[in-house]
Design a protein around this ligand. Structure first.
Ligand SMILES: *Cc1c(COP(=O)(O)O)cnc(C)c1O
Length: 451
């Protein structure tokens, strides 16, 4: 009999609830701080910015399980449950005793996991009476997902897209426009935050931090307009737990339990999504599973950043978040093509890392592309450069297992496919990419400007 490769769930097995890990953490994340009052943030403080239910989810540290609205589950059915795949091809190429599994989130209509949170965010805004949403996007993945989701629930969307990506990734822009969104390169002249940065530095290529400032400013000044964020925040991680909850059932079908769970790390949403449902068993049942967040060497907030209160955006509009950060004015070197460029990490993941419940590794740019190409050639799927960081970390663990001659079961999240990132692959094939490591000097410079 042929070995089983793909583990599929029925539509009825899409989770009916998200998993809220904060309710079960012994050391809860420290509260976010309102920058005006310097008091711990209350849900009401976020109502001007976010749909009320999202603000409540953001600060919910009581309910372990939170119901997924039926309207959202219906939309999830377009692409969920996603497959869990045993990577026999990659195992063979590495000649490893490790069993490698990946959860394939690239099958969503937008090509990444981001739709898992875009859909509920659009839904909760719709039932609140919001008509317009603003957001930012870096590589364009989040903007694409929110464009799809706002269209699905009948809302208008304006996206501030980091200028360098706007110019280098025209097809993401077209995708957003196809789903009806308006796309503005950031920094722009349409906001105070944008104008200030452009006048100080006319050639600035933009950063996520700046784009967030612009999107927040527009939302605050426009009636019935709210803001949405695709990573970092607790409610985003909450929505992403559908990934791990499905994977838990699928690993059971495969008759295995992961020794190691791996995700790439930008602001933490896909890593949280695959990890938290398994981390639950480490917290509650003493399971020994290791959890590894894989970040780029050129944006190393978890491995080299500092744990402190910092803003989520460049200008300082957002609440102060207790997190591992490189400083909110940090922008990674332009040579870095692999995404995951955000300066900070979510407060839940930051606390878990501080408490040694998870680990972080940094991946060099060339290693991530090499891993991505090997994966494409052995498993047939071209990974997003972001996801390739998780693949590189997986390969490192699989080779370690080979060296030590032990059987390990590794599960990683394939957060997206790379069809719209082929220009980055081209740069890699042409030899135009290099490894870039952040110098101590650069690191200290941006950290000193942290809050
Ligand atoms: C946005 C994105 C990431 C990084 O964001 P997280 O919030 O850390 O998950 C990773 N992979 C893909 C494909 C993405 O689009």
């Amino acid at each position: 009999m042929e070995k089983r490769k793909k583990f599929m769930l029925a539509e009825s097995e899409i989770p009916t609830q998200w998993y809220n890990i904060v309710a079960e953490m012994k050391n809860k994340p420290q509260p976010m701080i309102n920058p005006q009052t310097k008091e711990p943030l209350k849900p009401e403080d976020l109502f001007p910015l976010f749909a009320e239910e999202l603000a409540r989810q953001e600060m919910n540290d009581k309910d372990v399980w939170i119901d997924i609205p039926e309207e959202v589950r219906e939309k999830y059915k377009t692409y969920r449950p996603t497959p869990l795949v045993r990577a026999y091809g990659l195992e063979k190429a590495l000649d490893t005793p490790a069993h490698i599994y990946f959860k394939n989130e690239s099958v969503s209509p937008v090509g990444s996991h981001k739709l898992n949170s875009a859909l509920p965010q659009a839904y909760y805004n719709k039932i609140d009476g919001t008509t317009n949403i603003t957001t930012e996007t870096g590589a364009g993945q989040w903007g694409t997902a929110l464009a799809y989701a706002t269209k699905a629930f009948g809302l208008e969307l304006a996206v501030y897209m980091v200028k360098i990506s706007y110019e280098q990734k025209p097809y993401r822009r077209s995708l957003m426009q196809t789903w009806g969104a308006q796309v503005i390169p950031s920094p722009s002249m349409s906001t105070k935050a944008g104008r200030k940065i452009i006048t100080e530095n006319p050639t600035y290529q933009g950063s996520l931090g700046t784009a967030i400032s612009e999107a927040i400013e527009l939302a605050m000044q426009t009636p019935n307009c709210k803001y949405a964020l695709g990573s970092v925040l607790n409610h985003v991680s909450l929505h992403q737990t559908v990934i791990g909850l499905e994977a838990e059932k699928q690993m059971e079908m495969a008759g295995e339990y992961p020794d190691i769970v791996i995700g790439c790390f930008g602001g933490g949403s896909n890593f949280s999504g695959i990890s938290f449902p398994f981390l639950r068993h480490k917290i509650k049942d003493g399971k020994k599973t290791r959890f590894i967040a894989a970040e780029p060497s050129s944006c190393p907030k978890l491995t080299r950043g500092k744990f402190q209160y910092d803003h989520g955006d460049e200008t300082g509009y957002t609440p102060l978040i207790p997190m591992y950060t490189l400083g909110h004015t940090f922008a990674p070197a332009n040579i870095h093509a692999g995404g995951l460029r955000y300066h900070g990490a979510g407060s839940i993941v930051s606390q878990l890392l501080k408490d040694d419940l998870l680990e972080a590794v940094d991946i060099k740019q060339l290693d991530s592309f090499k891993a991505g190409v090997l994966f494409a050639r052995t498993e047939g799927i071209v990974p997003a450069p972001e996801s390739s960081h998780a693949i590189a970390a997986t390969i490192n663990e699989a080779l370690k297992a080979k060296e030590e001659d032990v059987q390990k079961t590794i599960l990683f999240n394939l957060s997206g496919h790379g069809f719209l990132d082929m220009s980055a692959y081209d740069q890699y094939f042409a030899g135009d990419l290099t490894n870039h490591e952040l110098s101590e000097e650069e690191l200290n410079k941006s950290l000193n400007k942290a809050h």
